[in-house]
Design a protein around this ligand. Sequence first.
Ligand code: PBG
Length: 324
Amino acid sequence: MYFPDYRPRRLRRNENFRRMIRETKLSVDDLVYPLFCVPGKGVKKPINSMTGHFQLSNDHLVAEVRKAKDLGIPAVLLFGIPDKKDEMATGAFAKDGVIQKAVQALKDKVPDILVITDVCLCEYTSHGHCGMIAGGDVDNDTTLEVLAETAVSHARAGADMVAPSAMMDGQVGAIREGLDEADFANIPIMAYAAKYASSFYGPFREAAESAPQYGDRKSYQMDPANSDEAIREINLDVEEGADIIMVKPALPYLDIIRRAKEEFDLPLAAYNVSGEFAMIKAAANLGWLDGEKAMMESLTAIKRAGADIIITYFAVEAARVLQK
Ligand code: PBG
């Protein structure tokens, strides 16, 4: 069919036509809301580079999660910033650690929303790397034990799902084994399977106070230039028992999301990361674009690319728009 017989504009004439043939529909069911937890009481500390986001103590966290729940958001993803960091990341798996207490508070006060925990060590190590240091680099296999212990401690606190993001080889297998041995065979793993060494994590590192004190994360996170390698990475996580696979970041990696969707049949998550959020907010604050429209267009694009689940700092704002 060619012009003039076929005129695509016929079905774009008004919103009802457009609604009828719309291929991708964003839903509140797709959204996961990331939050930053700190110890103490009455803390609601703004994150400079992330307009509208805060480091929250449990009282404020509970209020924020209640808001998300009332908007119909099915899940939150928690990151913890401990009081003290050390070489061994002991705060990551402490029974009364910041995340463990946050999970308990949420399970107690807002039972009807999924609580997912990020499993990584960078917020807990004094050097800011995602694992144990040996010989000047992050040591893979000793880190696995700590990650597994951390995941189990989250499950003990009541987490509904764990999300390992350290990009250590074998981390999903080690965590699966740890969970199963501790009688948490029913706790799923959302694996940050293809996570790139991205500059778009900048604002997050301010929010989580987790910037590496020296070096970078290129020896464990993926090279942004690679696509076939993402498939190998995801494959490993699937083999090791991932229940949900993830591509991160989202917008600069829509091709990877599409490939992952085509090559794997597990639910696929995409992480619309802090830098993607901050760019839109910054431009909107300057009046350079319509922030709400850019947000909805971005989230729809991530879904169109193939994501079933979108982790986004826009979750609450987008849920409000979807409610209208
Ligand atoms: C922890 C982790 C990071 C993000 C999620 N988990 C930071 C990093 O890898 O440096 C980034 C999320 C974001 O930018 O929104 N390793």
